[in-house]
Design a protein around this ligand. Structure first.
Ligand code: AQP
Length: 329
């Protein structure tokens, strides 16, 4: 069975963008792939996070993964930092990456924009090497990610090929997998910008654990355009197109079907339908989440998976250490 590896950073309240762009894919693929899905907590350290809040978010994300339908029978869920080998492999891969290629990462350029060098952490610059370690550690065949992370998976491929050429075949070269629809969900107030969990105002983001009635209001006040016809046109109607994508994915229909359904509707009734759909999704998700939190399942799942991922990772890191010549192996 082919392997799938992916993760999410616990850097803020998890969004509908994280669900549609990432978790939904993991759930749909878990029966066909041996899946490893983790909480990328070491990645969260690239910017300052309050330690108590970070600890809370780590558990929250495991609860969300389970509530969204990741099944421990098919998916190994784990916390990245609890497998100490990720940081070891990351260092070796960092030493096999170049400043030039890391400087070309658009996420780094975006996240460091308007900040001086004295306030950008070195980790923000080098974290794609850690991401490569997360992926290459488990010999991933596919890495499902939103479109914004595709460049990092391509970098992981380059690092794997370079390492294999230098030291002999060690890593599988992974493929990124981008969902066809909904690869990027946009901010409801600024539909040309990605819906992001570290957005300061939060008005344009649907949070997975927020009060569903608040989420409803956010949909109702989403920015649209002055025309009054519902159809998909990402360039000229980014707000309506974003809502169509959200609706179609939550209702499991195509964008064409959603467009047909609302082609004659005004924006008010279209938004009401999207708000109903989002509200229903959140109510059901949160009910499952609360049940999971109370059941103690989170620790049970993590304790069981830790042994498995550490064993795989130790073997890989020792092989790498041997090949590069460090230690007494
Ligand atoms: N708006 C989005 N649309 C589609 N996919 C998204 N993802 C995140 N936001 C959207 C996908 O979720 C996965 C995990 O991402 P992450 O949280 O580890 O990092 P990120 O992409 O940087 O997410 P955020 O929300 O923007 O977080 P911050 O603000 O902390 O950087 C990835 O597959 C991502 O594509």
């Amino acid at each position: 069975m082919k392997r799938l590896v992916s993760g999410i950073k616990p850097t803020g309240e998890f969004t509908l963008g994280n669900y549609i762009g990432a978790i939904k894919q993991f759930v749909e693929m878990q029966k066909d792939y041996e899946s490893f899905v983790f909480v990328a907590d070491l990645h969260a350290l690239t910017v300052y996070n309050d330690p108590e809040v970070l600890r809370t978010r780590i558990r929250e994300l495991i609860g969300i993964y389970l509530a969204c339908g990741l099944d421990p029978k098919h998916t190994t869920l784990f916390v990245q930092s609890e497998n100490l080998f990720h940081a070891n492999l990351s260092w070796v891969l960092e030493c096999n990456s170049y400043v030039g290629e890391l400087s070309r990462m658009t996420q780094f350029k975006d996240k460091s924009k308007n900040k001086g060098n004295e306030s950008i952490s070195c980790g923000l610059f080098t974290y794609p090497a850690l991401m490569a370690a997360d992926i290459l550690m488990y010999d991933a065949d596919v890495v499902p990610v939103g479109v914004d992370q595709k460049q990092h998976v391509e970098l992981a491929r380059n690092i794997a090929e370079r390492f294999n050429n230098r030291y002999g075949k060690t890593f599988k070269v992974p493929d990124p997998m981008i969902p066809e629809a909904g690869a990027k969900i946009y901010d409801l107030q600024n539909p040309t910008k990605k819906m992001s969990k570290t957005d300061e105002s939060g008005k344009g983001c649907i949070m997975l654990l927020e009060d569903p009635s608040v989420a409803r209001k956010k949909i109702m006040s989403a920015v649209t355009d002055s025309e009054s016809k519902v159809y998909y046109d990402k360039e000229n109607k980014p707000g309506i197109s974003n809502l169509l994508v959200i609706y179609s994915l939550l209702e499991h229909i195509s964008i064409e079907e959603a467009t047909q359904k609302f082609g004659e509707s005004n924006y008010g009734s279209f938004k009401t339908a999207v708000a109903d759909s989002v509200e229903k999704f959140l109510v059901e998700l949160q009910a499952k989440y609360n049940e999971i939190v109370e059941s103690g399942l989170i620790d049970e799942v993590l304790d069981a998976s830790n042994k498995k991922v550490r064993k795989i990772a130790e073997e890989k890191v020792l092989d790498v250490f041997k090949k590069v010549g460090v230690g007494r192996y």
